[in-house]
Design a protein around this ligand. Structure first.
Ligand code: SAM
Length: 273
């Protein structure tokens, strides 16, 4: 029997429970064919003969690494520089003009994928604040996936990823690769030095964050969660935000139907208090 034909109802339920319990991702019963198409190759690469074999490989790996590989196959890491630009305009025009005399700013890019989001935040900050080097501004960039985090941390991108950035932004914030890195660019330390990359699973009860945040970007990940999980994540975000702090969510993630303690500001933009 081909591996593709071995995802029986009970085996699918096992994967579904595991993914929900560990990553909060809710796979509806219609997602069976998606799981087959996304996981079959990975399962074969791991030498498995069936989906049950692959389930065993995922759950028995003591370092949890295969679970993360599996998750990378299921979720999309799609992102872009200045994706959903309205959030960056709001950051520039509303938030950065009102942070005031404290000269401190702490932003969390939760589910940052390969880093385009935190680097876009960093570009917005340095391009807006006068004498940004005198400010204490920091960005925490996190994701559940160690693979995308490694890419984010490297700060290196293929030229086609940045081709839509204005040429002066490209010049100011990126270094052109030479030799074997030709055709790529690397984020300059003036941005990168302000960003800490960490693996954080949004399902964790407690996040490793000590100082309260001014802004949280959590975009295009809650769409994978069911309402109960969204509600619990939103309650945690509320705890970690300063009063007056802002939350940005993805364009298709309106909180309208999810009980939450935030004040609505504009579509996909919310505030604490
Ligand atoms: C589509 S990307 C969003 C990237 C970026 N925020 C944006 O909007 O362009 C979704 C990311 O969520 C991450 N993710 C999925 N489940 C997660 C969880 N439970 N905790 C943290 N990150 C998670 C995935 O690894 C993926 O990189």
């Amino acid at each position: 029997m081909a591996l593709e034909d071995t995802l029986t109802g009970p085996v699918f339920d096992r994967f579904r429970d595991l993914v929900y319990r560990k990553a909060g991702i809710a796979l509806g019963s219609t997602k069976k064919s998606l799981l087959v198409s996304r996981l079959a190759k990975r399962a074969k690469d791991c030498g498995c003969q069936s989906f049950q074999d692959y389930y065993d490989a995922v759950t028995q790996a003591t370092d949890g690494e295969e679970f993360l590989n599996m998750l990378d196959c299921i979720t999309t890491n799609k992102t872009d520089f200045f994706r959903e630009p309205v959030h960056f305009s709001f950051l520039r025009d509303v938030i950065l003009t009102s942070v005031g005399t404290e000269r401190r700013l702490k932003v969390w890019s939760a589910a940052c994928s390969s880093g385009e989001e935190p680097y876009s935040i960093a570009m917005t900050i340095t391009d807006t604040i006068q004498q940004a080097e005198r400010w204490d501004w920091r960005i925490l960039a996190s994701d559940i996936s160690t693979r995308v985090l490694a890419q984010a941390k490297s700060g290196r991108y293929e030229m086609d990823r940045v081709e839509r950035l204005p040429s002066d932004a490209l010049r100011r914030h990126f270094l052109k690769g030479t030799g074997s890195a030709k055709g790529t660019v690397k984020v300059k330390p003036t941005l990168a030095d302000h960003i800490a990359f960490r693996r954080i699973n949004l399902m964790d009860e407690v996040y490793p964050i000590k100082t309260q945040l001014d802004v949280i970007f959590c975009r295009n990940v809650m769409i994978y969660f069911d309402r109960t999980t969204q509600e619990s994540v939103l309650r945690k975000f509320f705890r970690y935000l300063k009063v007056g702090g802002y939350l940005f969510v993805g364009h298709s993630e309106s909180l309208q139907w999810v009980p939450n303690p935030f004040t609505y500001v504009a579509p996909t933009i919310y505030r604490k208090g």
